[in-house]
Design a protein around this ligand. Sequence first.
Ligand code: SF4
Ligand code: SF4
Length: 466
Amino acid sequence: MSPSQLWHYVRQFRRNRVPGQLVVQMTDRCNALCPQCSMRITEHFKRHRLGLGPLKRIVDNAGRRRIQAISFTGGEPLLLLDDLVAMLNYAGAVGIPYIRTGTNGFVFRHPERPDFEDRVNRLAARLAATPVRNFWISIDSADAATHERMRGFNGVIAGIERALPLFHAHGLYPSANLGINRNLGGENSIPVLPRHHSADQAADFRAACEHGLDRFFRFAADCGFTIANVCYPMSLSEAAAPGEMQAVYGATSVDAVVSFARHEKALLFDGLTRAIRANRSRLRIFAPLCSLHAMQQQLTGGPRGYGCRGGIDFFFVDAVKGHTFPCGYRGREDAGVFGPEDSGPAKAGSADCYQCEWECFRDPSELTGPLCELFSRPSRLLRRMYRDPQFFRCWWEDLRYYRACGFFDGRQPADVAKLEAWAGAVNPLRPYRRMPAVGSARTAPLPVVGRPPIFVGRDRCDRRAG
Ligand code: SF4
Ligand code: SF4
């Protein structure tokens, strides 16, 4: 990071602002079958794409507003490869340092065909010639057949395994991107936890999550990935008034495979925390423990973490009209075309939103929150440290780990020696606690996927999926 960039960040923190982020949905066209997404190829609705003209205007304005991170998402961005490459270059030219895009992996089908290597080499060379920093490939399950069935891409895992060394040779290190779903550790590996459950059932559910996620991280490393990220299940707040939220981003579904109830999510995040710690030496895993801790606290009635910066510093642009929204889920707040002027810090800190767990916006909000408070409202930071010291332990651990990961630079290989120092990392301050029982005791085995217990599930097609 250059001194001028660092100074820019400090000035932003002092104004109670954090480095800006923009997620641009280039298109809602897609060629995959994912049951967990309303943009899948079998859904019948009018498809859209943003043209190069509107895209360039958006990116120009992002540059003027000194947006630091931009993601080009879909649908499937690689369906528009020429436009995508043009926009990756354009974003670099306007000075945006963190540029991301990804794919659902369709380009890695048919690894048995003789032209496979040439095809992948050409793609990798084109992407590597742009300033893209992170390129994600969506993976839904530790079981290849389950992933391929969900996406509708037979043989794609073998193709990804063959493609990764080719990408690495071009200096691009793709990330495995998992949208949490009930098949993540294999078909139906995550059961449904009834609302009224016993402590044993809760422990079983958490163990299933932890083991499934552990299996997933090992699988991703075995495939050849060096970076992984996790997209949390998207369920809108139960406290939200009916009709208050409306997803503008189509990567949503009510399918049970991605629907998790509130009481499940707290346990899921606990299992995820453990699986991440167990695999931090194996892969560079982005999902921050401080964010998982904050969301567990929120879900179990503990102290809340930092408010989401959606609509303040982070924004979503949809493919239908090219309009701006606070995020992909507050679709009633259409702010029109992404303009050159920052609307100012008026809302910062006064309109904190906790209505969902969209990692794209929640994770960076939690990660930058302490720095922002340090420079803008230090007394508030001290109060928070007193109230929730565990958050700050996780935060500090995350920062040290991120440093060992080279801050997830997808243009650099993993530093194996630095990662190995994280082998067997456990947090001795956080014993494996049993979650309290809710409702009547039950001893029956947990059911596998059934009726969705809560509103909206989501797979991801944003900064780290396709
Ligand atoms: S999750 Fe992504 S790849 Fe799957 S249907 Fe939706 S947009 Fe397409
Ligand atoms: S928490 Fe963030 S991403 Fe979720 S609805 Fe609120 S602003 Fe949007």
